[in-house]
Design a protein around this ligand. Structure first.
Ligand code: ADP
Length: 171
């Protein structure tokens, strides 16, 4: 059995992440989504909130699980007996960063193989940071995030609630 791990911040999970999850789940026997608890960037959602949102996305996907983790991603992958790390690639800027991280991870853990899946074209512009920015400004996020993520964003940006709801009717 090959166990793959898709690590990330998922702050919050988007349709782009969900697409990578579904595609990776169809390749591997078991897929574990690792939600990194304290990334080196400011997060909007707590790790528990991010795990809860990922749980809903994977609810109907057999063989897919979610776990929070801290520390080195390679250590987390070993702790769940994973041998493959999944990452998603959008623009060339993702490539530079992923390549750098992949070389470091290979040095730290030569037994873990990295597999990058190219984004589907409809999600190539999607990022969690852009989603948060658009939500904060009250933009319509239809098809870019699940409804419950949209609701969670509305709660976080409660000052803009009316505006977001107004926009929603225009989606
Ligand atoms: P991290 O902080 O580890 O980059 P993210 O949650 O931002 O965490 O992203 C996790 C992984 O998902 C990364 O490999 C990222 O490139 C990928 N990803 C993010 N958005 C998309 C998307 N729209 N399409 C494909 N892959 C994506």
């Amino acid at each position: 059995m090959t166990i793959a791990v898709y690590p990330g911040t998922f702050d919050p999970i988007t349709s782009g992440h969900a697409d990578i999850i579904k595609r990776a789940a169809s390749i591997f026997d078991k897929l574990i989504i690792g939600v990194y608890d304290k990334p080196n960037k400011q997060v909007l959602f707590s790790v528990a909130e991010r795990v809860a949102m990922v749980s809903r996305v994977i609810a109907n996907l057999p063989g897919v699980h979610v776990k929070p983790y801290s520390g080195l991603t390679a250590d987390f992958i070993h702790s769940v007996n994973g041998t493959v790390m999944i990452r998603g690639l959008r623009a060339s800027s993702d490539f530079e960063r992923e390549f750098e991280m992949a070389l470091m991870n290979k040095k730290l853990s030569p037994d873990i193989e990295l597999i990058c899946l190219m984004t589907s074209s409809e999600y190539q512009f999607l990022s969690s940071s852009l989603i948060k920015e658009v939500a904060r400004l009250g933009g319509c996020l239809k098809d870019m995030i699940p409804d419950y993520v949209a609701n969670a964003l509305k709660e976080k940006f409660s000052a803009q609630v009316t505006k977001v709801l107004e926009n929603e009717t225009k989606c």
